[in-house]
Write a protein that binds this ligand. Structure first.
Ligand code: MRU
Length: 341
């Protein structure tokens, strides 16, 4: 297998490794993947996370399995298990389905296909940032939610890629980072990436955004997505819908950025997007590199949906690798047309 490297996924010296995102930013621990079962574990545990990244990582762990001599039935069994490892991000299914879509089982060709998925994701991120950077102006203060950069993709990212591109163009921007309870992808990962990129930011608790908007401190909001329905509704990290509602009330433009691999061509509206529910302890407390702290009564009844659905009416632009689309474009079924791209 060829070598490759991204911020959190690499194959070097015959070793497939992921950067354990659970312990960032305070501990950079690379975990070796020996078998697709290890990747399944890492995906479920969110050591590997972010919609595009889990699709590419799952595909490359299958490529590694093939390079170790996996038989067709073994390959298929692991492919289906990976496909089911998280339910909401459709990129995982899109990538695995591309590997399962063959007439004759040819391991070398499948390994090459998986590698192309890695390269494609890098190119998709570049195209998204190219189309999106025009919406970020000099002087903007941009709110973002969750983590959507190089830790969520194998390229420069989706929403964070757009922000980074605008910054590289010389625009003076400030990023407000929602901490993103319960797993703190904003507070731990987006801050880590912004530090590396040298982009000025301020970390806020999720419940502070409304107050900042009322004070005129936020001029745009941009997030990524885990699944976009054909009518433009989209799923993203829990709390994204709150941001969109707040933007609507305060008349602040709200953008979503994603590659075409996030569009579910079988999904007509957000009502059909499956929403992952996770373990109660994620809400009862927090787990860091130092261990778990539970602050609520240990048996508190908990509801922990990992994603929510933002209705299309709250979105100002869908920034994809193919272009930036308006509500009118979406109503004219532009997303359906992308299927044959
Ligand atoms: O549960 P996670 O951390 O995998 O959720 C990630 C998100 O919600 C991201 O915003 C989304 O995958 C888009 S990333 C390019």
């Amino acid at each position: 297998m060829k070598s490759f490297e991204s911020l959190s996924l690499r194959y070097q010296d015959n070793k497939l490794q992921i950067l354990n995102q659970k312990f960032l930013p305070h501990k950079e621990e690379w975990v070796e993947i020996f078998h697709p079962k290890d990747m399944i574990h890492c995906i479920k545990e969110l050591k590997v996370r972010g919609a595009p990244l889990i699709g590419v990582s799952a595909s490359l762990s299958l490529a590694q399995f093939l390079s170790q001599g996996a038989l067709e039935n073994e390959f298929k069994e692991q492919a289906f298990a990976l496909r089911n490892s998280r339910p909401t991000a459709v990129n995982l299914m899109v990538c695995i389905d591309q590997l399962l879509d063959y007439e004759t089982f040819q391991p070398e060709a499948l390994i090459e296909k998986a590698f192309r998925l890695f390269e494609e994701d890098v190119a998709l991120c570049d195209a998204i940032s190219h189309h999106g950077a025009q919406f970020i102006e000099d002087g903007d203060s941009v709110l973002t939610h969750c983590n959507t950069g190089g830790l969520a993709t194998v390229g420069s990212g989706t929403a964070l890629g757009v922000i980074a591109k605008a910054y590289k163009q010389g625009k003076k921007i400030h990023v407000y980072v929602d901490e993103t309870r319960p797993l703190l992808q904003g507070g731990r990962l987006t801050t880590y990436e912004l530090e590396k990129l040298g982009i000025p930011y301020t970390l806020i608790c999720d419940n502070m955004a409304a107050s900042l908007m009322a004070q005129g401190k936020i001029s745009k909001a941009i997030t990524g997505s885990d699944r976009i329905a054909l009518n433009g509704d989209f799923a993203n990290k829990i709390g994204t819908y709150n941001v969109a509602v707040l933007c609507h009330y305060h008349k602040i433009p709200f953008y979503v950025a994603a590659p075409y691999t996030t569009v579910d061509f079988d999904c007509k509206s957000g009502a059909s997007i499956p929403i992952e529910e996770r373990q109660p302890n994620e809400v009862r407390g927090v787990t860091t590199h130092k261990g778990e702290t539970i602050w609520s009564p240990v048996n508190s009844c908990v509801y922990n949906p990992s994603f929510d659905v933002t209705p299309a009416e709250l979105v100002d632009r869908w920034i994809l690798d193919t272009g930036a689309y308006t509500k009118e474009d979406i109503q004219n079924n532009i997303l359906t047309g992308l299927k044959h791209k």
